[in-house]
Design a protein around this ligand. Structure first.
Ligand code: 5GP
Ligand code: MG
Length: 195
């Protein structure tokens, strides 16, 4: 492992509010993510045009969405934006399988061309649930955009229209993604050992 790609983060102490685990190994740097986000924005603008509505899934999608929106602006896209908080994970790394809305959008989606953005497509349950909800409410079109895809972990037949990076079966943190509520602020994406 190249030392430059390993970020040393102080070991967790026994105090309950300190970050768990010790080191995060970089998978995608901030520069690599930035380049990919720019390319995704170009593809989305070409395919969907300027008048779209963005629905971002929180919490994990917030950093990706913020960067993607600004990249879309450079391609002439001027979306409405709303947020939905969905939860299927507890504080660990195993999905419970059940999707719960903890905060709904407030904008009207009838007739809208929606870009639904989330951090990771894993089993597909979260985005299948969100897409069905938006379609039931009268969205004209719902396209899916995810920062990361884990195709090996799929439990549904769902696929994303726009994917930042396709990865294997690793648990990742940073760039909006957490482990037990920590690490979201890291400017890069990395793996942590959860043993
Ligand atoms: P799905 O419903 O597709 O199984 O789950 C996707 C959701 O699980 C993501 O939006 C994300 O919240 C969470 N998730 C899946 N894999 C990871 C991971 O490697 N790291 C983190 N932090 N969350 C993950
Ligand atoms: Mg999520």
């Amino acid at each position: 492992m190249d030392d430059k790609r390993r970020q040393h983060i102080e070991p967790a102490s026994k105090r309950p509010h300190e970050r768990p685990l010790g080191a995060v190994e970089m998978m995608y740097s901030a520069a690599e993510i930035g380049a990919r986000v720019g390319a995704l924005a170009a593809d989305i603008a070409d395919a969907m045009g300027p008048d779209i509505m963005v629905v971002a899934v929180l919490k994990g999608g917030f950093v990706f969405t913020a960067d993607l929106l600004r990249a879309l602006h450079h391609h002439g896209v001027h979306p409405r934006i709303d947020f939905m908080t969905l939860s299927s994970y507890g504080t660990g790394t195993e999905s419970s399988g059940e999707v719960v809305i903890t905060r709904d959008i407030t904008d009207d989606v009838r007739g809208a061309k929606i870009l639904l953005i989330d951090d990771i497509l894993e089993s597909g349950r979260t985005l299948a649930f969100a897409r069905a909800l938006l379609q039931e409410r009268g969205a004209e079109m719902v396209r899916l955009c995810v920062l990361l895809d884990k195709p090996e972990k799929r439990k549904t037949d769902l696929n994303a229209d726009y994917v930042g990076f396709s990865i294997g079966d690793a648990f990742v943190v940073g760039y909006g993604l957490d482990y037990a509520h920590y690490y979201r602020e890291l400017p890069f994406i990395g793996t942590i050992s959860t043993d």
